[in-house]
Design a binder for this molecule. Sequence first.
Ligand SMILES: Cc1ncc(COP(=O)(O)O)c(C=O)c1O
Length: 415
Amino acid sequence: MGPEARLRPAWAEIDLAALEANAALVRALVAPAALCAVVKADGYGHGAVAAARAALAGGATWLAVALVEEGLALRRAGVDAPVMVLSEAPQGALAPALDAGLTLTVYSDAALDAVERVAAACRRAAAVQVKLDTGLHRVGASPAVADRLVRRLAAGETPRLAGVWTHLAFGATPNHPFNAEQVGRLCAFVDQLRADGIDPGLVHAANSGAALLPFARLDLVRAGLALYGYSPVGAEDAGPYSGLRPVLSLKAYASAAMRREAGEACSYGLLRPLPTAATVLTVPLGYADGVPWRLFPAAVPVLVGGERRPLAGAVTMDQLLVDAGDLPTSVGSEVVLLGHQGGGAIWADEWAEMLGTIPYEVLCAIGGRVPRVEVGLEDPEPAPAPPEVAAPSLGSRGAPGARSARPHAGSRGAS
Ligand SMILES: Cc1ncc(COP(=O)(O)O)c(C=O)c1O
């Protein structure tokens, strides 16, 4: 995080010790299968480089990204672990991908033609995995096309066949019978290759959810969500995943605190008259930061002083408003949107349930303009300083029990 980013009194705290522990938990669960940490979409919003390093420290030996650009960013940061690109790369991206030693995925003849051409032109070795469509019907080669691709690769010098894999339609529902059907199709495909003397390389199918299924683990498990601390299955079935720890917290210091009367309303549309007189905190985070507008209609609370408090009105682009009631709050009070504070906690899976979405979307949406503060390392970055205010910006009536703005102990101490 650059020094200017710390000027913003709002941040996402990334607990890298939790990420490392989550990776170790998944790795222990799936061993002897290897662990591939899925760090696409900027590590599901956590910061791809930091997430990759923590996952590797926890026992991952592979990384996966969606885009060549994402793989190159890892290389630029000095991450030299094997990286696979999960989709076919556009032709223009092949040369940099091969230069960076990324493992490519193909599922069409055209894509393999292009890899062959570029590898020959650049005189680069190319490692290629073939993705088989076993029923998700998103991207992937039909068994006939995959068979042709694999045999082309097996016969050639370069590119080299490095793996055969698939992706599951019900990976988030491990008990669904279609998982066994898809894994069965993949295994039948590679069994035939082996019978024909072709080494398929790494064979893999499972994401975080399917990692719970021993038959789906094969050579390698591609886990994303579990590394970021969320179980893909409900708490009642979480089993081995009950020890996961959420990694990302979203916090801010109140930028204003105004005492309001019962019946007064705040923010666009003046949608919610205050049921009682209250201190209303302005929080410098909005939907441009990935805090969804739907938070208010869905009645998602935030944490203030360790208590769950409702939003006072609509989330706006850069700010939201919290009904802090009679809690002793002021400018500089810490507000936790995701994370824990005092005895309270609210995490992305609760948001997802209340918003009718999935934790993946909540996490990936946390915007690029929210600084990430890494904690849990031996030498953690300091949390942002609270805003400096000349005088508390309380309404003229003042808030009951309100303190003036004070130096803040830092987000870690408060949570
Ligand atoms: C091909 C592929 N494999 C693995 C994953 C990781 O899934 P999860 O986050 O559920 O572990 C994803 C995520 O979208 C994916 O697209």
